[in-house]
Ligand binder design. Structure first.
Ligand code: ADP
Ligand code: NI
Length: 216
């Protein structure tokens, strides 16, 4: 693996994301990159591909480009070509960027690889645990959602689509996404870390409700 390429990619991503919002800033990428390297230790995968995939996975958020999902792959391809990365590696990295947010549902996933599994797990880990909680409230604040409304119990059965359209408080996001992620992990190491972070979220919610009820 060419360490120069990795260092240049880090510098490029930091620069690209210097004005990014809190949930998808350089430090999100850095956490995903670190967890990618950790998970990669116990998977039989290509280190260059997972590293570049982790570093470039949120290089252009389609939310800011009228939902155009091809911007990220395009920016990544142009950059990697300028670094003389092999086409075979570029193609795989692009597949990771295109498929990392795959949620299941109606469409069929057309690409699968160990490398995608590794980076996807690392990205999912950043949505749970202490950091995941912080990201959720940060996002909810951005959307002007209430944190929690003690007069309305969270709807435990709301789907992601229903929640998006609703004005439900951020606490609901735990039930429609965060608490479901531990069962979606691909790798052994990813599952282990997710279990620990999941327990922390359960504890967090318990304490949160107690504090809201005035029981603590
Ligand atoms: P990803 O980075 O995996 O593409 P998103 O862009 O959907 O995920 O979300 C980024 C972060 O914001 C995640 O931590 C996610 O849990 C959080 N988030 C997304 N949607 C909501 C929401 N409706 N309420 C609270 N947090 C959210
Ligand atoms: Ni991400």
């Amino acid at each position: 693996m060419n360490h120069n390429t990795i260092n240049n990619t880090i510098a490029f991503v930091k620069e690209q994301l210097k004005n990014a919002e809190g949930g998808h800033d350089w430090f999100h990428i850095e956490r995903v990159y670190k967890n990618t390297l950790l998970i990669a230790k116990t998977e039989n995968c290509d280190l260059e591909i997972v590293s570049l995939g982790a570093l470039l996975h949120d290089i252009a958020d389609s939310k800011f480009y009228n939902g155009d999902e091809q911007v990220g792959p395009r920016v990544a391809t142009r950059f990697l070509k300028s670094e003389n990365v092999k086409d075979e590696v570029i193609n795989h990295v692009v597949k990771i960027i295109e498929n990392i947010s795959f949620k299941g549902g109606k469409e069929k996933q057309t690409f699968a690889s160990v490398e995608l599994n590794v980076v996807q797990d690392a990205d999912r880990l950043d949505a749970i645990g202490a950091v995941g909680i912080a990201r959720a409230f940060n996002y909810g604040g951005f959307k002007n959602r209430a944190m929690y409304n003690p007069e309305i119990a969270p709807n435990l059965n709301m789907t992601k689509e229903e929640y998006k359209k609703s004005t439900a408080p951020t606490i609901n996001h735990f039930y429609e996404k965060l608490l479901l992620l531990k069962n979606k992990m691909n790798t052994k190491t990813g599952k282990q870390i997710a279990n620990q972070r999941h327990q922390f979220m359960e504890l967090y919610l318990e304490q949160f409700y107690k504090e809201c009820e005035g029981n603590l």
